[in-house]
Ligand binder design. Structure first.
Ligand code: SAH
Length: 304
């Protein structure tokens, strides 16, 4: 049996486990992952319209389009958190700007997107200009565990598949709480562990996913609820959307299978970076997290 402990770094077990270095290494590794894989994501997963680096939300009978499912995720988060057009939103872990642009375009929100990758911030800004919302959204490089923003300056903190990148999820929640105004809302959408003990095969799948997606660890829904409570968040709600996420996991697996020959040849030719190959391998491995019920996928909402 293998055990995944909280607040540790499991990416390939290749980095120093020195607490002072871990934060900086983690951020550099995460930025490299997203920089190296920018074109892969656009080719194999999202498009220039949705710019989504997340699983989709499939709430309609199939046949159904991946593009629509990715956009649906924004809609369900918006509704879950009861966001209003006048709300000033911090998109914490904004990727290449998909949700920030959607918020500004669909609802007229003013959005600040932050990412740990300067390339992502630049790409996101370009995409915002192309979508005609550059006056309402801005992108900056900042650590969502220690942002440069004043206390209580946002109405909403939005974290879509990003808080998983925090070594200590409590650090992320503390900062989210600080920048939210009283009454402001937090919405977090992510994968959560259903167990901490794994067989050899399951452990391989889990570590492949953590490593390939530059995620140091995951926590359980119960642990996350505790962290929110400790941080004084009120009205904590958790919506299990694993069923609505599964078609995306299937889709990703199929895409990875289809691209296997391309991956193998280009890897052999030395055309794939380590981060790209690791990211490719998640496409296959992540499926097991769902089929073996090792993780669930949830939307948390809470209020300051
Ligand atoms: N929410 C976006 C992107 C998800 S990918 C979407 O759904 O499309 C995760 C994002 O979190 C990336 O942009 C990555 O740069 C960002 N991230 C990871 N660690 C971070 C940190 N410490 N501070 C700020 N952003 C971080």
């Amino acid at each position: 049996m293998y055990t995944l402990e909280p607040n540790k770094d499991y990416r390939d077990l290749r980095l120093s486990q020195t607490p002072e270095l871990m934060g900086a290494e983690l951020q550099a590794d995460t930025a490299k992952h997203y920089d190296d894989c920018y074109h892969d994501y656009l080719l194999a997963w999202c498009n220039m319209d949705n710019l989504a680096l997340h699983y989709g939300y499939w709430d309609e009978p199939k046949p159904y389009q991946q593009h629509q499912a990715l956009l649906n995720k924004n809609r369900i988060l918006y509704e879950s958190a009861g966001i209003q057009a006048s709300d000033k939103v911090l998109d914490a872990g904004c990727g290449i700007g998909g949700s920030s642009i959607w918020l500004a375009k669909q609802h007229g929100n003013t959005v600040t997107g932050i990412t740990i990758s300067s390339k992502q911030a630049m790409y996101a800004q370009q995409h915002a200009r192309r979508h005609g919302v550059a006056d309402r959204v801005s992108f900056q490089v900042a650590d969502f565990c220690a942002t440069p923003y004043a206390d209580a300056c946002f109405d909403v903190v939005w974290a879509l598949e990003s808080s998983c990148h925090a070594l200590n999820k409590a650090d992320f929640l503390r900062e989210a709480y600080r920048v939210l105004r009283p009454g402001g809302r937090l919405v977090v959408c992510d994968g959560f562990l259903l167990q901490r003990q794994f067989s050899e095969e399951q452990w391989q799948a889990v570590v492949t996913c953590l490593n390939g997606w530059a995620v140091p660890n995951l926590c359980s829904r119960i642990e996350f609820t505790e962290l929110l409570t400790n941080q004084q968040f009120q009205g904590i709600q958790c919506l299990d959307i694993t069923a609505q996420t599964l078609p995306s996991a299937d889709y990703m697996y199929k895409v990875a299978k289809r691209l296997q020959p391309v991956q193998k040849i280009s890897q052999w030719l030395g055309l794939r970076s380590k981060a790209q190959t690791a990211n490719y391998l998640v496409g296959l491995a992540q499926h097991r997290l769902f089929t073996d019920k090792l993780t669930e996928y949830c939307i948390f909402t809470a209020q300051k």
